[in-house]
Design a protein around this ligand. Structure first.
Ligand SMILES: *Cc1c(COP(=O)(O)O)cnc(C)c1O
Length: 522
C-alpha cells in the first residue's frame, strides 16, 4: 500500500470507486475542482496536531491516581488547515438544500432562511445553560411559550408539549397521552389502527407504547376507507393514527366523519402532522376532531434537518388530552414565565403521564421556528401552504403523461406528487431513475414509499422553489422517465458523474463498517 500523500489527496484509490475512467489520467486522482479525499485515518499521523498543548508537568505524574494512559491514543492528527480542507472536501461530495432542489417527499426540504440562523445564534440563547434558574432564562421561556401559543392557534388545539425532539418522538408523546387518558377511564384498550400508507414511525410508535397495530384499508382513490374503518371500530380500539394530508399526497376529506366515528366508539384520534406544510394557515386540525398531533418544526417551520438531526416535534392536544400532557411546560403568570416541573405542577401532577426529556435542548429549533412564523405572519403562512401545493401540482401535471401517476384522477394533490414505475421497460426500476437524477444534479426523491404504490416516487418540491427551478427539474425528470419507459439500459450505470458510483446499499445497511482498522496492524 502506498503511503498516503500528506496533503490529503489519495494518489491511488481502488478502481471500484473510480467515478470516471478519465479520472485516472491526473496524477493526484483529482478531477478539476473535485478533489479525491482519503479517510482521515489514512492522512493523519500521531505526531501532528492543530493545537499547541503545554508540555505535561513532570510532577503531575500521579494526579490521576495510576489511571494515566500508558499507550498512544492513535487518533489521527492534522494541522488546522489540513483539517479544514479535509472536511470541506468531504462536504463537497455531499448534496445539500443550499446546493439545489431536494425533492424528498414527506421530508419538506425547504430553504432555511438565514434570518433564523442569525436569531438562533444570539448569545442570550446560545450560551444558555439548561440548569440556569428561571430568573435568568425569562427570554428563552418566553420564546418557548410564544411558539407554543402560535402552534395552538394555527392548529386550533387546547394545549401543547414542546419537549419532543423529533416527529417520531412526538408520536410517542401523543400515544402515551392517549394511553394515560384511556387508563384514567379504566381501560387502555388493545389496538391502534393505522392506514396502509402510514409512515413507518406510526405503527412503530403504537407498538412501542404497547399496542397491537392493525391496518385500515384504503379506497381506490388513495384515501381512508371510512366504511371499512367503521366496521372495525369497537371497545378494543384505543386510537387511529392518520396522516393528513396523507402520504399519497391527498387530503383526507372525510377526516371529521372518521374522528366522529372513532370518538363515538370511545377511541381517540392521533393525527400525524408531518405534512402540515400543505395546510398551515388554512386548516386547523382541532376543527377536524384531532386529539393529538405532532408538528415537525424541522419540516413546516424551516428549521434545518437531515443527517439525523437536530429536530423538534412539539405535540398539540385537545381539551380531552390536555390534562395528560407531559412535564415540563411553560406557563405565563402576569408578565413572568415559569417552567412547570414535578415540584410545581400542582393538580396537573396527578394526571400527567410523566416526562419525555430532561431539558428543552432543542432551543435553537424554537428560536428558528418562531423567527420563521413571525417573519411570515398568519397571511404569509397561508401563502406558504398555497405555494407548496401549487408547486407540487405543477410537477404532477407536467409529468403525468410520461410518469404513471396513480392518483392523478383523485383531484389535485397537496404538497407532494406521487408517481409509480408501471410504465418502465422490463429490467428498469425506480432505483435506476433515482440514480439518474443524481447525474442530473438533483437529490433523488423519496423512493418505494408509500408502500401502496408499486415503485413509488414521492416528489415534494416545497414552496421555496421558483418556476425556473421547477422547470429544470421537470425537464430532468421527464427525460429520465422517457429513458426508463423506452428501455435505455445505460440508466443501470447511473450515477456516472457522482464522486462515487452505485453503492451496495444493502451491505451498507446490513454490514456497516463503522470503525477503521489500520491495515498495517492486522
Ligand atoms: C418525517 C415524518 C415523520 C417522522 O418525523 P421525524 O422527525 O423524522 O421523526 C412521521 N410521519 C411522517 C408522515 C413524516 O413525513
Amino acid at each position: 500500500m502506498n503511503a498516503p500523500n500528506k496533503s490529503g489527496w489519495k494518489p491511488e484509490s481502488p478502481a471500484g470507486d473510480r467515478p470516471r475512467d478519465d479520472a485516472a489520467t491526473t496524477t493526484t486522482g483529482n478531477r478539476a475542482l473535485m478533489l479525491e479525499e482519503a479517510l482521515i485515518f489514512e492522512i493523519g499521523t500521531n505526531d501532528t496536531t492543530g493545537v499547541d498543548l503545554p508540555e505535561p508537568d513532570a510532577n503531575a505524574a500521579n494526579r490521576l491516581g495510576g489511571m494515566e494512559r500508558v499507550e498512544a491514543i492513535n487518533l489521527p492528527g492534522l494541522s488546522e488547515p489540513e483539517t479544514v480542507r479535509h472536511y470541506t472536501r468531504l462536504s463537497r461530495q455531499n448534496y445539500a438544500i443550499d446546493l439545489g432542489l431536494f425533492p424528498l417527499g414527506s421530508c419538506t426540504m425547504k430553504h432555511n432562511p438565514r434570518l433564523n440562523e442569525k436569531v438562533a445564534r444570539l448569545p442570550g440563547f446560545i450560551d444558555l445553560h439548561p440548569m440556569a434558574p428561571s430568573s435568568v432564562t425569562q427570554g428563552a421561556l418566553e420564546v418557548i411559550y410564544q411558539l407554543g401559543e402560535w402552534l395552538k392557534t394555527l392548529t386550533g388545539m387546547a394545549a401543547v408539549s414542546m419537549s419532543p425532539k423529533a416527529g417520531a418522538h412526538g408520536e410517542l408523546c401523543g400515544i402515551l397521552a392517549i394511553r394515560a387518558a384511556l387508563e384514567a377511564r379504566g381501560n387502555a384498550r388493545r389496538v391502534v389502527l393505522c392506514p396502509e400508507s402510514a409512515h413507518g414511525t406510526n405503527p412503530a410508535t403504537a407498538a412501542f407504547a404497547g399496542y397491537e397495530v392493525e391496518d385500515i384499508p384504503a379506497t381506490p382513490e388513495g384515501r381512508v376507507d371510512l366504511e371499512a374503518l367503521k366496521k372495525r371500530l369497537g371497545p378494543d380500539i384505543a386510537a387511529v393514527m392518520i396522516t393528513n394530508p396523507n402520504t399519497c399526497g391527498l387530503f383526507e376529506r372525510q377526516f371529521r366523519e372518521i374522528a366522529d366515528a372513532v370518538h363515538d366508539a370511545g377511541g381517540l384520534v392521533y393525527c400525524d402532522g408531518a405534512n402540515f406544510n400543505a395546510i398551515v394557515g388554512r386548516v386547523r386540525p382541532g376543527d377536524l376532531g384531532v386529539d393529538a398531533m405532532h408538528i415537525n418544526l424541522h419540516k413546516t417551520f424551516s428549521t434545518p434537518h437531515g443527517g439525523g438531526g437536530p429536530g423538534s416535534g412539539p405535540v398539540v392536544f385537545s381539551e380531552t388530552l390536555a390534562p395528560f400532557a407531559p412535564l415540563p411546560f411553560v406557563e405565563k403568570h402576569g408578565d413572568r414565565f415559569e417552567l412547570v416541573e414535578e415540584e410545581n405542577a400542582g393538580e396537573h401532577h396527578a394526571s400527567t403521564f410523566g416526562r419525555m426529556t430532561a431539558f428543552h435542548g432543542q432551543m435553537g429549533m424554537f428560536t428558528r421556528a418562531l423567527t420563521y412564523i413571525l417573519s411570515h405572519g398568519a397571511d404569509g403562512l397561508a401563502q406558504v401552504s398555497g405555494d407548496a401545493v401549487l408547486n407540487a401540482n405543477y410537477i404532477l401535471r407536467a409529468c403525468e403523461d410520461v410518469l404513471f401517476a396513480p392518483y392523478a384522477d383523485s383531484g389535485p394533490c397537496m404538497h407532494e406528487a406521487l408517481f409509480g414505475d408501471r410504465d418502465f421497460a422490463e429490467g428498469l426500476s425506480t432505483l435506476d431513475l433515482a440514480k439518474g437524477l443524481i447525474d442530473e444534479g438533483f437529490h433523488p426523491m423519496t423512493m418505494y414509499f408509500p408502500l401502496v404504490v408499486h415503485g413509488a416516487m414521492l416528489v415534494e418540491p416545497t414552496e421555496t422553489e421558483s418556476k425556473a427551478a421547477l422547470d429544470q427539474f421537470i425537464t430532468a425528470l421527464r427525460s429520465l422517465a422517457e429513458r426508463a419507459n423506452g428501455g435505455d439500459m445505460t440508466l443501470k450505470d447511473a450515477p456516472v458523474y457522482a464522486p462515487l458510483r452505485r453503492l451496495d446499499e444493502t451491505q451498507a445497511a446490513r454490514k456497516p463498517v463503522l470503525a477503521w482498522n489500520d491495515p498495517n496492524l492486522t
